[in-house]
Ligand binder design. Structure first.
Ligand code: GLA
Length: 356
């Protein structure tokens, strides 16, 4: 009794290009980064009331949470994710055990690098593995990756109040060394694209502005895209033609035009990578940023200052990553351009996995 253990790691991500396209059934090109969240789970005997429960320690914050396995009540901050992971796994019929969880990580929180997806994916993996006896439908994981992504996205929607798409969870779950992922959110097809950079490198700089999707304009942007579809009688913006876009009222026209042009840029970026033309990729990143700033309107003065700083330091391209309203900026740098002060290099690492 009480000696079963399971551990899991899930990475954060950067998105090379394709922002605010995921919930519009569009295209994106993210990669999993080396930084992530680790969860160690150990079976924990029921307390004096006989009910199995969870005892969670957020090691980096020195904070704890305790709750019964059955029907967890809502909470705020990091606790919302732990309770949400337990509740949503339970709802999906995944067997669970009372557990003691120790959580630690090195993805900066609220910085647009998907700390929350890394958190929920590693939690769900460790919790599911603890009860699974190693019988895995997905060969190495206790649950199929796509099902895990959906469970984690319900944690965001129902427990953290952020109506996010599947970009972060899929990037974290399917990431691979030296590889970006071309994701088609209409079919959920994921195509590996080798990051042939020939000495060019990516770096990330924090704008210093923290964001929470639930409180930012993120949900409002998603509603505006849905409204554009409703006005056009389409089920997703992926199907909209240029003429249809031009006829939309504002701000729906600006939002939908960003999405359509961003999908195009993702395809051009993949072509640039395949043709080993990193300078062209840099230009596409700049165009993506301008569209996010002027049409989708998710940039802020702090993000603009960070983009400017990176371009002045010699970046060939710089764009906000993630939902915007603060967070980080991704820069592409030529081989002879050093990583600017205050930025750190990011490279594609392996996707979420169990730690054996
Ligand atoms: C956040 C969300 C993703 C995606 C991006 C914008 O990271 O979690 O689902 O919508 O913003 O591309």
């Amino acid at each position: 009794m009480a000696d079963r253990r399971a551990s899991a790691f899930a990475p954060g991500r950067v998105n090379v290009i394709g922002e605010h396209t995921d919930y519009n059934q569009g295209l994106a090109l993210p990669f999993a980064i080396l930084q992530g969240v680790t969860v160690h789970a150990a079976e924990h005997p029921p307390g004096p009331d006989g009910r199995p429960g969870i005892e969670a320690l957020a090691a980096d914050l020195g904070e704890t949470d305790r709750f019964a396995l059955e029907n967890p009540s809502p909470a705020t901050g990091w606790r919302a994710f732990v309770r949400g992971a337990v509740a949503e796994l339970g709802d999906a019929g995944v067997p669970l055990l009372g557990a003691r969880l120790e959580i630690s990580g090195d993805v900066p929180r609220g910085a647009g690098l998907s700390s929350s997806a890394a958190f929920s994916v590693s939690l769900c993996l460790a919790l599911a593995e603890l009860a699974s006896h190693g019988h895995h439908p997905d060969e190495e994981l206790p649950l199929e990756r796509i099902e895990l992504a959906r469970i984690c996205s319900r944690v965001e929607h129902r427990w953290a109040g952020a109506q996010t798409g599947l970009l972060d969870q899929l990037a974290s779950l399917y990431g691979a060394l030296d590889t970006a992922l071309l994701i088609d959110f209409m079919t959920l097809e994921i195509e590996p694209v080798a990051l042939q950079l020939d000495g060019w490198h990516f770096a990330v700089a924090d704008s210093g502005e923290r964001h929470a999707h639930a409180a930012s304009g993120y949900n409002e942007r998603r509603e505006q895209c849905a409204r554009a579809c409703e006005l056009l009688g389409l089920s997703s913006l992926r199907e909209a033609t240029p003429d249809q876009l031009a006829g939309l009222p504002e701000p729906e026209r600006r939002r939908a035009t960003h999405v359509a042009s961003e999908n195009e840029r993702v395809l051009q970026a993949v072509a640039a990578l395949r043709a080993a033309e990193p300078a062209l990729l840099g230009e596409l990143m700049n165009a993506s940023h301008q569209s996010l700033r002027d049409l989708f309107e998710v940039s802020t003065p702090a993000v603009e200052a960070t983009v400017k700083r990176l371009l002045e330091a010699g970046a060939a391209g710089a764009r906000l990553v993630g939902g915007g309203f603060g967070g980080s900026v991704l820069a592409l740098l030529a081989p002879d351009v050093p990583t600017p002060p205050g930025a750190f290099e990011v490279s594609p690492g392996p996707g979420a996995h169990l730690i054996l």
